[in-house]
Write a new protein. Structure first.
Length: 95
């Protein structure tokens, strides 16, 4: 069961990274970039849910050979993605 959880978590992290890149490439089209803001809010909500799943997966799979390190790496990738998204938001607000 925990092997499936780690697999789903890794897939979700990859999708979050893909979505962050694609949302970052969007350009404003009227209404003060409202659609991009809504997309980032949805991304942040999914990010938190996936983070909770990742923490559970990492804690439960430490004893399963091969899956503990994979969950740990995926957790770090997710955290780096979140920090990059936050940095981009701060930079965009400063300019």
């Amino acid at each position: 069961m925990f092997k499936v959880l780690v697999g789903v978590y890794i897939a979700a992290v990859l999708m979050l990274a893909w979505a962050a890149v694609n949302i970052g490439r969007l350009r404003c089209e009227g209404f003060g970039c409202t659609a991009i803001g809504v997309a980032w809010i949805a991304w942040a909500a999914v990010f938190v849910v996936v983070l909770v799943v990742g923490l559970i997966a990492r804690n439960k799979t430490t004893s399963v050979a091969g899956f503990g390190p994979a969950a740990k790496i995926a957790l770090w990738v997710q955290l780096v993605t979140g920090v990059c998204a936050l940095a981009a938001w701060v930079y965009a607000g400063a300019t």
